[in-house]
Write a protein that binds this ligand. Structure first.
Ligand code: HPA
Length: 270
């Protein structure tokens, strides 16, 4: 595994000497932040040894190196989900590579269903914590000691300083941003009404199918993480309705200007 991570990293370093400070993973329908990056180098996932390749149509698979608000970032345009059939090692492989490329912080976005009755479609939720209900853990198996400890603690999975700054920025820019608990499920089906109720009862404010594996791996490597959900559908009594992926993407895109502004201001503040 380590060898594969090293090979992928060496290939990238052979293509560019750009050294990113921030890693950014963009969620479903949320690739628009890319337009704000002054791109210096793009590398297709398919060209990087051992890198998984996106299968979901709404994701384009590319690593993008450049400046966002004057800060050096590498953005993953397209991420890997467990429901696509990737192993957890594959889902989190890019995060290991980003660490070796030198990122100091990781920012993650995703599309999620709103369980909190106070949430509305296209609003944003900063992750304050998570509940992991995925059936497998990315740290299962021999520990990669050079990356981190066997039993990483998860008390501050989401960096308190970045959360605080994000909420301050939201207030200053008059963006309606919540903070809440994200629960990860495997999908790909959405949940039944009983499941949504269950997820709400156990303490979640939003539900989605990504983010948590990447966060666990980043935290094992001691990378401070910021994550944010766009609420794309409402999942509580009175608001439940049939949802299509097109509607999820449309709701995500509507939130994109706010999300982009927040992410830009956040990287600028560090
Ligand atoms: N459930 C799970 N994942 C999701 C949802 C949902 O309702 N909406 C967007 N991603």
């Amino acid at each position: 595994m380590i060898e594969k991570i090293n090979e992928a990293t060496s290939y990238i370093q052979g293509q560019t000497d750009f050294s990113p400070e921030f890693g950014i993973i963009l969620g479903t329908g949320l690739g628009g932040l890319i337009q704000e990056i002054e791109i210096q180098k793009e590398i297709n996932y398919g060209d990087i040894p051992h890198f998984p390749v996106s299968t979901v149509e709404s994701h384009q698979g590319r690593l993008i190196f450049g400046l966002l608000a004057g800060r050096k970032v590498v953005a993953m345009q397209g991420r890997f989900h467990y429901y696509e059939g990737y192993t957890m090692a594959q889902v989190t492989f890019p995060v290991r590579v980003l660490k070796l490329l030198g990122i100091k912080r990781l920012l993650v976005s995703n599309a999620a269903g709103g369980l909190n009755k106070g949430y509305k479609i296209s609003e944003l939720m900063v992750l304050g914590d998570h509940i992991n209900l995925l059936p497998e853990n990315p740290l299962t198996g021999p520990n990669l000691d050079s990356f981190g400890v066997r039993f990483p603690d998860m008390l501050e999975a989401y960096d308190p300083e970045m959360r605080k700054k994000a909420l301050e920025i939201a207030k200053e820019k008059q963006l309606n941003v919540h903070e809440g608990v994200y629960v990860s499920v495997s999908g790909p089906n959405l949940e039944t009404p009983a499941e949504y109720k269950f997820l709400s009862i156990i303490g979640a404010d939003a539900v989605g199918m990504s983010t948590v594996p990447e966060v666990i791996v980043a935290r094992q490597m001691d990378i401070p993480v910021f994550a944010i959900s766009v609420i794309t559908d409402l999942c509580f009594e009175g608001q439940l309705k049939h949802v299509t992926v097109e509607e999820v993407i449309a709701a995500a895109q509507k939130a994109e200007p706010s999300l982009t502004l927040l992410m830009k201001e956040l990287v600028k503040s560090f």
